[in-house]
Design a protein around this ligand. Structure first.
Ligand code: UD1
Length: 417
């Protein structure tokens, strides 16, 4: 298994291009199941999770060509509305195929994803919503078996789950009549998917607000779409810049997608400049502690909480970080403490007391965003080297991260074992 070796202490300097958003690319690929002609996605990121979705769809008979930054998905040969456990257990986002499969075939058999490192992550909201649209659902041997012709309905989600909103939005496009979904997630990725689906001929309005209306249509055609920039990747590079007292400009980003995060960075005393699709962050004199609570969009993204925790380890003062979206998302804390951080946990709040420095250590990644947090800590540590094991977690969501950080002046390399 690969390791990432870092000798920290160098302020990151320069510019980096953000890739297309993983959390948009995966449901966009799933949405193409409903098309009756080929779809092309531009600005696709080259990530393990994208390869896993590629395998899952190919297994169902989708023809996929993935060349450089664009992907063509031809659904003509789709025959099998089934997502097997072997693939779904690798990536929860595989569950996004449930709504599109049901809409296209009138039936689907999709493995339940099970828990993961950051929490139990149930799918009850997805299932209740599909039942509200008329699906008959049962659980058989670890699989969700769903059947039935979908009918438009009014449905209020118990919680604005991103995945449930996406599954229901996609399914409702082919339901008979009008669907009104309320208390939905407002994440920018939902708007991106709605754009793509409308390009295919769907009639969706309200994406990006807490109520989405979908007028069902009989068929959907092909479409061409440019995947939105990855706001979490942009945020991760900006955190790394501030954490190392560096000065980095992120290109091809959208500052409007990072409102709460950029406000918090400014509150630390970091310099933040936005010019069009460029965001620059600099913190030559270090930063002050801040308090953060994760919330559904437009609140502070839970997917940036771990990276910000690393960044705050050497801030002046005491920071409180409250995680309200997932129940177990402080996996990085124990590893940061091994590097000299002063962090104590109290339920869903982490108290981070700033220390003057971190030191390098052998550490282990536990999930995608926790591993990004450990990379940032490694870049901050100005004594000794950091060796991060289980870096396959980071490859799920960041494309060649070590090469891109090295281009910003970091001493970082991947060691293949
Ligand atoms: C998506 C993102 C993930 C991000 C998360 C929250 C993708 C591929 N992944 O995950 O990176 O961290 O949004 O911004 O887009 N819940 C239920 N029942 C359900 C569904 C969710 O209780 O049926 C709970 C979850 O356990 C969790 C919370 O709701 O505590 C948020 O989950 P959700 O918004 O669904 O996250 P995902 O769509 O899985």
């Amino acid at each position: 298994m690969d390791k990432i070796l870092i000798r920290g202490g160098t302020p990151l300097k320069g510019a980096v291009h953000v890739r297309g958003a993983k959390n948009a690319a995966l449901p966009l690929m799933a949405a193409s199941i409903m098309a009756e002609a080929p779809c092309t996605l531009h600005n696709m990121p080259c990530l393990h999770d994208v390869f896993t979705m590629d395998k899952l769809l190919s297994n169902m008979g989708m023809e996929i060509e993935f060349t450089g930054r664009y992907m063509t998905l031809t659904p003509a040969g789709l025959t099998s509305p089934e997502a097997p456990y072997e693939l779904v257990r690798k990536m929860r986002a595989s569950f996004f195929v449930l709504g599109p499969l049901l809409a296209r075939f009138g039936r689907a058999r999709v493995s339940l994803p099970g828990g993961c490192a950051i929490g139990t992550r149930p799918v009850d909201i997805h299932l209740k919503g599909l039942e509200a649209l008329g699906a008959r659902i049962c659980i058989e041997s670890g699989y969700v078996v769903a059947e039935g012709a979908l009918q438009g309905a009014n449905y209020a989600l118990d919680f604005p789950s991103v995945g449930a909103t996406e599954n229901l939005l996609m399914a409702a496009c082919r339901a008979k009549g009008v669907t009104r979904l309320t208390n939905v997630a407002r994440e920018p990725e939902i708007e991106d998917i709605a754009h793509f689906l409308n390009g295919m001929g769907a009639q969706i309005s309200g994406a990006g607000t807490d109520m989405i209306t979908i007028v069902g249509v009989d068929s959907l055609g092909g479409a061409e779409h440019v995947v939105m920039p990855d706001r979490i990747e942009a945020g991760t590079f900006l955190c790394a810049a501030v954490a190392t007292r560096g000065d980095v400009t992120v290109f091809n980003a959208n500052a409007d997608h990072l409102p709460a995060f950029l406000d918090k960075l400014r509150e630390t005393g970091a310099e933040i400049d936005v010019h069009g699709s460029r965001i620059r962050a600099a913190a030559p004199n270090g930063i002050k502690a801040v308090d953060i609570a994760t919330r559904p969009y437009p609140g502070f993204a839970t997917d940036l909480q771990a990276q910000v925790m690393a960044m705050l380890c050497c801030a002046e003062g005491v920071s409180h970080i409250k995680e309200t979206v997932f129940e177990n998302r402080f996996m990085q804390a124990a590893e940061l403490i091994r590097m000299g951080a002063d962090i104590s946990l109290d339920g869903n709040t982490a108290i981070v007391r700033g220390v003057p420095r971190l030191s390098g250590a052998p550490i282990m990644a536990s999930d995608l965003r926790a591993s990004a947090s450990l990379v940032i800590a490694g870049l901050m540590a100005d004594q000794g080297a950091t060796a991060i094991a289980r870096v396959y977690h980071i490859d799920r969501g960041y494309e060649r991260i070590e090469e891109r950080l090295a281009a910003l002046g970091a001493s970082i390399e991947r060691v293949r074992e």
